[in-house]
Write a protein that binds this ligand. Structure first.
Ligand SMILES: O=C(O)CCC(=O)C(=O)O
Ligand SMILES: [Fe+2]
Length: 258
């Protein structure tokens, strides 16, 4: 009997044939949560020191140099920061290799870091699922709930909150299991405030119903760094094509103000 059989994990669709030895940081319980509830929290992925360094780099760029799309008085976003040289010093702190290893376990198939990556500063985000909107909506031609040639929508977001949310409800809020529900329904019994500690990270299936803070109530700037990973398939391709277009449009707007 192999280890997968011993712990009774073989029946979850996403995790077939996982080499457990390769995925020590990402436990089987983690993978099961992601599959069933649509999200998972990984504890202590970053050190507090690294989070503080990330905050400095970001605040310097976004607040001081205003390298962001301004969304409100004190809020904004920086789409595709990975390709902006001003954020270069952030890259080594992100531990992309370790993230890649976790994602390898989740996908167990070829995948990539999509172009979808951004930083949000003090953003207020209401209930939604992460799909393309407005003029970018048409890029997602294939129904995200369908299966096509054995493929389905498998896009996960890796979220790094650069402040503590253990004692507040200003972090991520989501509806457990709603990554399988086609419409947005707010069931209070399934509503979950994520109380991630500084250094913890959250991964979710981007079809989950979720929201951020509802108003800017924190004592310090609320910063969220997010990275999107998709299985190499048509669903990822379509989402990515529209996302690249949106991010480029937004970055052109930022440049025109700088
Ligand atoms: O601000 C948040 O906590 C959530 C932001 C969000 O909707 C996302 O990253 O997809
Ligand atoms: Fe979202």
């Amino acid at each position: 009997m192999n280890r997968t059989e011993i712990i009774g994990y073989e029946n979850t669709e996403m995790n077939k044939n996982i080499n457990i030895e390769d995925s020590l940081e990402f436990s089987l319980e983690n993978a099961q949560n992601l599959n069933e509830k649509g999200y998972v929290i990984i504890k202590n992925f970053y050190t507090v020191a690294d989070i503080i360094k990330m905050r400095k780099i970001i605040l310097n760029n976004m607040k001081l140099k205003k390298n962001m799309l301004i969304l409100g008085d004190n809020s904004g976003s920086k789409p595709d920061f990975l390709r902006d040289p001003s954020f270069k010093s952030l890259i080594p702190l992100l531990k992309l290799n370790d993230i890649h290893n976790i994602m390898k376990t989740i996908f167990n198939a070829p995948f990539h870091l999509c172009f979808h990556n951004d930083i949000g500063l003090n953003r207020i985000v209401n209930w939604h699922k992460d799909t393309l909107n407005n003029q970018y909506k048409h890029y997602q031609k294939t129904n995200i709930w369908s299966q096509l040639n054995g493929e389905k929508h498998e896009i996960y977001k890796f979220l790094i909150y650069l402040q503590d949310h253990s004692f507040d409800n200003n972090g991520l809020c989501l509806i457990e299991g709603s990554h399988l529900e086609h419409t947005i329904k707010i069931d209070n019994n399934k509503l979950k405030y994520i109380h991630n500690k500084i250094g913890d990270i959250v991964i979710f299936d981007q079809r989950i119903t979720h929201r951020g803070q509802q108003s800017n109530v924190g004592r310090i700037d609320r910063i969220l760094v997010s990275l999107g990973f998709g299985k190499n398939n048509i669903f990822t391709k379509e989402f990515e094509t529209g996302t690249i277009k949106r991010q480029n449009d937004q970055n052109k707007m930022i440049k025109s103000f700088l």
